[in-house]
Design a protein around this ligand. Sequence first.
Ligand code: ADP
Ligand code: MG
Length: 619
Amino acid sequence: MALLQIAEPGQSSAPHQHKLAAGIDLGTTNSLVASVRSGEAQILTRDDGPVMVPSAVRYGQEQLVEVGQKALDAAVFDAENTILSVKRFMGRGYQEISQQAEALPYKLVDQSGLLAIGTRQGVKNPVEVSAEILKQLHVTAEQALGGELTGVVITVPAYFDDAQRQATKDAARLAGLNVLRLLNEPTAAALAYGLDSKQEGVIAVYDLGGGTFDISILRLQKGVFEVLATGGNSALGGDDLDQTIVGWLLQQTGETEQSSQGLREYKLLARRLKEKLTEHDHVDFVLPLQEGEHRGQLDRATFEQLIQPLVRKTLTACKATVRDAGLTVDDILEIVMVGGSTRVPRVRQAVAELFGKEPLTSINPDQVVALGAAIQANVLVGNKSEQDTLLLDVIPLSLGLETMGGLVEKIIPRNTVIPVAKAQEFTTFKDGQTAMAIHVLQGERELVADNRSLARFELHDIPPMPAGGAHIRVTFQVDADGLLHVTAQEKSSGVSASIEVKPSYGLTDEQIMTMITGSMAHAKEDMHARMLQEQRVEAERVLEAVDAALAADGHLLQDEERSAIDASLLRLRASKDSADVEQIKAAIEAVNISTDQFAALRMDHSIRTALKGHKVNEV
Ligand code: ADP
Ligand code: MG
């Protein structure tokens, strides 16, 4: 699907120069930058330095900021001022993180609801910390490419919500980068393997990184990727594999009490052992003890036993996600392996067993995301026009509005491909209503209370009209980065109000899963709740309308007609709060019947009144 190119007015339409673009994998553990050079995506390094920059930032003495390996090394002795895995904090609330059981060595600060970290250089928020990593990659890229970057593509997990995506964009802006777009990590990996030009079908991307596990199911159709489902575990990764070795080491040495510094040393050793076991059957190690040292050996079989429960957890998540996509493992055409931890032979083997075929591992699993991002960046700056890939992502949870009765009207259903814009018309509930409260919600459930509130705003200056007379068009627009803009406009007057949704709290992937599975588990109960609420709202509307009509034209009625109407209204008032949908429905129906004649009388009367004193051609 080629995009049509249009030149800027007054500018030549001649093919432009090759522009510099880069793809950035801003990882939890490691970050890297890549670019397409001479038609091939390559990782960029500085002075042949290391390919991966550990995602570590240290705020040192005298305004010194260290990024990467130096900072990671400092984490052992300056843990309080060295921030690791900042990606976990992006766009997240203070409450959310500070309540996590995991003991963080930092001074956590509540920065108007958002989480920040108190360092010796003052309070730093996750956006600023990430920006330090991005600045480093920015410099690396410009040095390696020998010029200024036109734009970059930054990858984010497929489940990142608005707040997390917005935080990532903010960090890039702070680092002086022009973000062409954010790209889902699994989509980038599939692109790196060139799967976009291969056979159409369903692709699974298994990403086991340092601290997270993500499984994504993508469908490739007509050169377009669509995310069918995402799942995983935000607290499962290489670090947890390391942790099993730490436990084993402690057993071996018989040591129990460990200072946090001692534990960090154990962790670093565990990680080295694990990585060596990828190539070797066994590794020897020496551990300094309080007194003397411990010499030992860890073999691969023991390691595989230690990590088996964790590997099994990832497989369980894979099965659940494949099911969530409405598929079975046999439907999966290719499996792309992403993340340093997929180097572990046992992991590869387990994935191959689950899917019944060998996964793709030929591209370095910790580079594959950055390489894919580079390919996309190259297309987006316009270096490659003929064979554009148009990448589609989906929104993970439905987006909607609160309507009367605390119900949610879904405007964009979950898994809708983005970018997307959808509009729906709403109207006023009361006569003369001049303002409308717009409450934007995210989630799958029918009732407002069971969904997540994203934003609220108000539309004012609606011209007074009878209830139901105003036409208010509410447009939901989700851009290519997954950010939501909501606009409400009253048709006759053109008054409008809008909001860009930047929720201050992020959702974890578990929360997303819970919200999705919750909606299935509660489907029946929700359906009932919705019908009940709808009938209650309808009852309110009918009562208001009849009361208003009686106040205006009640004099037209005979006594017995009036008392029949009053009786039906009484019955409706009594039953409108009952939990019995049918009872409310019947009471509404009774009011409708009792007021039938009255409606006809009013109609006649109003026509006569309208005509009185007017010439026919004036009407
Ligand atoms: P993230 O996406 O979280 O930034 P990466 O994809 O860079 O993480 O993966 C980092 C993880 O990969 C670490 O836990 C690291 O120990 C692990 N890892 C890297 N190389 C190897 C290897 N050769 N064998 C096993 N694990 C490895
Ligand atoms: Mg990664």
